[in-house]
Ligand binder design. Structure first.
Ligand code: NAD
Length: 473
């Protein structure tokens, strides 16, 4: 039997705004009682977070598989559990250096005063997460929040209800509600959540919802880190070795059945190599996922709505003249297993070339010159990730310097996101701000400059009266 309070927690409460305000107030009071937590306190919180992940690992993984329909347990271990624990370990290892006060040397106008920068927690951080890597995308931002000395409230996605409930129970077991709390529910709860006066919000999700979150946060002047999506291109350079590039591209595209924010969305391929590229993709899909869609290593599409959205993308592109190359068997709508397809000749006005695909559909765009490929990217929203395959260093430099993207992996996909020392975040429509490692610590800290005046101060020479002097130099 659940107490009314616990029931409220599980269901998201009848009046979510009141419940959110109540927890937020408690967390703010908790934070004020210890506004600059010691390293020991922070290490203890990070320790508890890690112990929570270990204790709940099997239940989390099973819940995520149930939410998807089919998702390999090993995939969840590799993409959710391992990076989360690595982020916690990384924060623990570097915490002392991140927390240290920075002495700053002053110019001649400041001397003989002294100055330093104090890194202070902001207070209470709100974290809103999507469903695609539900554990990683809620606990990695939390790691930065706790390392920086904040309290945090988490709002996981309504599309992973089993995971969200497990997370709520796990967090309640390892943390006091005024340290870390979970609020569950759909878009209405999410709206109430993002309208609350947090000291910082980290939102991971779609660009469309990110816009709404930015608006809601602006009303409170709450700073936001927006981790959004978009169409991440992969460019195959004429110098690329197709046999080496394609397996890496196919892996990144089909990981989690394409439901990855940094998945290569479409491929730009030199016109004369398109046929060889397609043949290599077909062979590699068959090698990595034999027997699709009946393959235990593949992942279901999260919901019927998303499954139908992907079907519509392919149909509309076909209607507009694209050629659909089937890379595996037929779709299984009941189990939401979407067989990967490749598209050629999809026109620019097809939805598949305007919207983020977020599924196992790979449009191939043929190009003739590198300048044309770069222009194609620059005419569109700034992508979250960009991939370039090749050995021609001059061409690589041209692409790196001529395009703007959230992050880049050269000669592979996804991997720049897996390194805690690389800041992760988008630019323009793919988001703003960054986290991971020290970038996450800094995003959730106030770097407060402090100038300490000395006993003797030359500044008093500048006090009035000026006695008619009009210029000094
Ligand atoms: P989504 O934007 O639909 O939902 C994300 C979260 O926002 C959910 O928790 C949802 O409840 C909440 N939400 C819904 N409506 C809201 C509103 N009006 N106000 C405030 N919050 C609201 O995204 P999704 O479908 O869960 O995830 C897929 C998207 O997320 C893709 O675009 C993908 O690229 C992006 N994504 C980005 C990253 C990244 O790190 N940049 C990582 C994963 C996914």
């Amino acid at each position: 039997q659940l107490s009314p309070m616990t029931e409220d927690r599980v269901t998201g409460a009848a009046d979510p705004a009141a419940r959110i305000a109540f927890i937020l107030e408690r967390q703010k009071a908790g934070w004020l009682s210890d506004p600059l937590p010691s390293r020991e306190v922070r290490l203890d919180r990070l320790d508890r977070l890690d112990r929570m992940v270990v204790a709940w690992q099997e239940r989390f993984c099973a819940a995520i598989s149930a939410d998807f329909g089919q998702r390999p347990l090993l995939l969840t271990t590799l993409t959710d559990v391992v990076p989360t624990r690595a982020a916690i370990r990384h924060a623990r290892r570097h915490l002392k250096r991140w927390m240290a006060r920075r002495r700053v040397s002053l110019g001649w106008t400041g001397k003989p005063a002294s100055a330093e920068i104090l890194r202070q927690p902001l207070g209470v951080v709100g974290i809103v997460a999507p469903w695609n890597y539900p554990l990683n995308l809620v606990l990695s931002p939390l790691t930065g929040a706790l390392a920086a000395g904040n309290r945090a409230m988490l709002k996981p996605s309504e599309l992973t209800p089993a995971f969200s409930e497990a997370l709520q129970q796990a967090v309640a077991e390892f943390f006091a509600e005024d340290e870390v709390a979970v609020v569950t529910g759909g878009p209405e709860v999410a709206q109430a959540f993002t309208a609350a006066p947090f000291d910082h919000l980290i939102f991971t999700g779609s660009t469309a919802v990110g816009r709404k979150v930015a608006e809601a946060a602006a009303r409170n002047l709450t700073p936001v880190t927006l981790e959004l999506g978009g169409k991440s291109p992969a460019i195959l350079d004429p110098s690329a070795d197709i046999a080496r590039a394609v397996p890496r591209l196919v892996w990144g595209k089909l990981l989690n059945a394409g439901q990855t924010c940094v998945a290569p969305d479409y491929a730009l391929v030199p016109r004369e190599r398109v046929d060889a590229f397609i043949a290599a993709v077909m062979a590699e899909v068959a090698r990595q996922y034999p027997g699709l869609p009946d393959n235990p290593d593949y992942t279901s599409i999260i919901s019927a709505r998303h499954f139908e959205r992907l079907e519509r993308l392919v149909e509309e592109a076909r209607d507009k003249g694209a050629t659909v190359v089937e890379l595996a068997g037929a779709n299984d709508a009941v189990r939401r297993m979407f067989a990967p397809v490749l598209l050629t000749g999809a026109p620019d006005d097809a939805a598949v070339m305007r919207e983020e695909i977020f599924g196992p559909i790979l449009p191939v765009i043929a190009y003739d010159t590198l300048e044309e490929a770069i222009a194609y990217i620059n005419q569109r929203d700034r992508p979250l990730a960009l991939y370039w395959f090749g050995t021609d260093r001059a061409a690589e430099t041209r692409v790196l310097e001529g395009t703007i993207a959230g992050g880049v992996t050269v000669n592979d996909t996804i991997l720049h996101l897996s390194q805690d020392d690389l800041p992760f975040g988008g630019v323009g429509a793919s988001g703003h701000g960054a986290y991971h490692g020290e970038a996450g610590f800094l995003a959730l800290s106030k770097e407060k400059p402090v100038l300490r005046q000395s006993t003797w101060s030359g500044v008093k020479l500048l006090y009035p009266p000026y006695g008619g002097v009009t210029r000094l130099m």
